[in-house]
Design a protein around this ligand. Sequence first.
Ligand SMILES: Cc1ncc(C[n+]2csc(CCOP(=O)(O)OP(=O)(O)O)c2C)c(N)n1
Length: 326
Amino acid sequence: MLDTTKRKEMLRMMLKVRAFEEKLNDLYQKKVMFGSPHSYRGQEAIAVGVCSALESRDLIASYHRGTGHLVAKGADLYHLLCECLGRLDGYSKGRGGKMHMGDLSFGFIGNTGTVGATVPIATGAALAAQMRGSREVVVSFLGEGGMNQGVVHEAMNFAGLWKLPVIYVCENNFYAMTVSLEKSVAIKHVAERAKGYGFEGKVIDGNDIELVYEETSKAAEKGRAGEGATFLECLTYRWDGHFGGDPGVGYRAKEEVEDWKQRCPIKRLKEKLLGGGKLTAEEFERMSAAVYAEIDEVALKAQAAPLPPQEHDLNSVFAGSEVAHG
Ligand SMILES: Cc1ncc(C[n+]2csc(CCOP(=O)(O)OP(=O)(O)O)c2C)c(N)n1
């Protein structure tokens, strides 16, 4: 059961995820960051609810909309932002940008811009954990669009067969770029597919952080007990466009976007705590101001960080050439 301290910590972490997303957007608009952000605003309860239910030794793998997962799993904000800005102090020394990072020191296997590609990697990490008998659990985050990639089904079938300690967290925000779920999938809920892989698939409200936490805790317990994988389809919505250059409307009605903004996961937990007398409006303001100030400070430091020197271009680059023997 979640106590007040933990719920306040989750509220603070959701604010941090949101503030970080807003900073990325700001830096992109100001042409300080060149790779486009894929905003996670609106989906914060999933990253934070899931990661808060994990132990620090547990692993996560992410996808293109992944900065929220990194923040929630405990990434160092300076190294994270440096990577987004192509700086030498970034997690991938500025080579990968916001979609290509990894650091096992805080349990982050990695993310990539290739839709669905980290699902088999996370599944392989779960196999490794099982073989080591380490009782680690692996979370594989993906979007509902990613559910239509072939490799995802191969990996999930394998996880079912081997009863791997993996939790597939599908963030169903109803659109893959501009294509709605109903135009691309013949069933209402992708969680139904889990049955075909031999494990449980649940559809849950992804904007209810306490529910996300509870369901992840149950799934993690199951994984640690050797009872196999779980699929969680978390219903949510991205407030912004698919990427920095997409206004997010046209293929989505303005009213639909506004309606989902009313279901803001941060507002929801905040109001619950306020209503239950566990938080005051002043305390929330102080918490929010401190989070935004922390992000501002990190942003100044990251913008002042060195860019990679030119010699760096050819370091760690592997290339092959074919020599014709005649
Ligand atoms: C293999 C592959 N196909 C297509 C793309 C182009 N693409 C980038 S994001 C995206 C939509 C992904 O939707 P979803 O998995 O639901 O995640 P969301 O963006 O909604 O968070 C597509 C098709 C890609 N990056 N990789």
